[in-house]
Design a protein. Sequence first.
Lengths: 192, 192
Amino acid sequence: MAHPQGKTAKPARDRILETASRLFYQEGLRATGIDRIIAESGVAKMSFYRHFPSKTDLIVAFLNARHQRWMSWFKGEVDRRIDSEGRLDVIAEVLEEWFQQPDFRGCAFINTVAESGSSSSREREIAVQHKAELADYLETVARKLGLPEPAAMAEDMMVIIEGTIVRRQMTGDRRVTWACHRLIQAISRPYT
Amino acid sequence: MAHPQGKTAKPARDRILETASRLFYQEGLRATGIDRIIAESGVAKMSFYRHFPSKTDLIVAFLNARHQRWMSWFKGEVDRRIDSEGRLDVIAEVLEEWFQQPDFRGCAFINTVAESGSSSSREREIAVQHKAELADYLETVARKLGLPEPAAMAEDMMVIIEGTIVRRQMTGDRRVTWACHRLIQAISRPYT
DNA sequence: CCAAAGGTAGACAGATCTGTCTACAGATTG
DNA sequence: CAATCTGTAGACAGATCTGTCTACCTTTGG
């Protein structure tokens, strides 16, 4: 091997994607330069461009991977709790688990849209698609719980979730999760 | 005058700040270069650096101006409607007016935080301060309406508002405002 | 065995970005 | 009048960013 790192060395592509995922999420897409990703993943520049012909390709790979990873984690946690407790506000608890991670810096997709200008872009489309899938999932949950007007309920939940994430990113205050709890309970109460 | 534009030409500083405000909001802070601001405001480079010693100074001026402008507009609209209708969900109508503006691209302060990396920055602090003032104002509104637990109510409202803004920026769908309406009505209903 | 695949190291090009500097021109004011 | 303030026009420096290119090395499959 040109640069011996033992048999367990991960392939260059994996190291690049891991480093990029960390930096893109932590520092932002525009703020993270190719050179830094190359340096921190310990890879040659040509290896980088062999696997990702452009920075945009790397961003797309990052967003797709994060979408897969986050969605399956979120669905798993919510389904498990819903099945045992049957209450919609277990979602607040799942979100709180996410917020507890020390590197939490909001939702990568919200941040991506915030960073995207007014013109449309591949990144923006992926983010919008991610949120559409999340809304779809919430509608199936509402249906499973037998709630009335599941589509409207899902949109209400989306507003609560996005607000909770953004608010938590801005303030870092745990009271945000309490507010999330109260709001979900409020929309779960039957109309008088 | 060096570059005659008639008696009504605005001072260079104003033209710079107006152009920068448009571009920073529309395209993002990092995506907007000094050179473009200089070109589009029709000003010489030295005039720019006379008024704003660094790009950061211009960003700070932009955020402070936008904070003043947006907050006074929002408070004015909400106060007027609250006084005549006495319902908290007039806030959804005020937000919808904002969303109708053709250049709407979310909240400049949320976008700023999304663009700021994990390290703290002057821009981030201004954004956090802006949201703290908004939360304070909402608490006074809740108090004025005689609602129970105004502090918790204000935090609930913040989550709803942030979620509505982000959701609207992401989807552009008017149903988001309906969800905002429903949510405010839900937390306004007395607990059973 | 040897060719292909995948890797390293690093120079280089070209664009762009922030910020400085010179030279000059019109207006205001002491 | 002369100084000062505010402005224009544009060259320039230095950093950084994306992306290309050359040259060489090692492992593996046919």
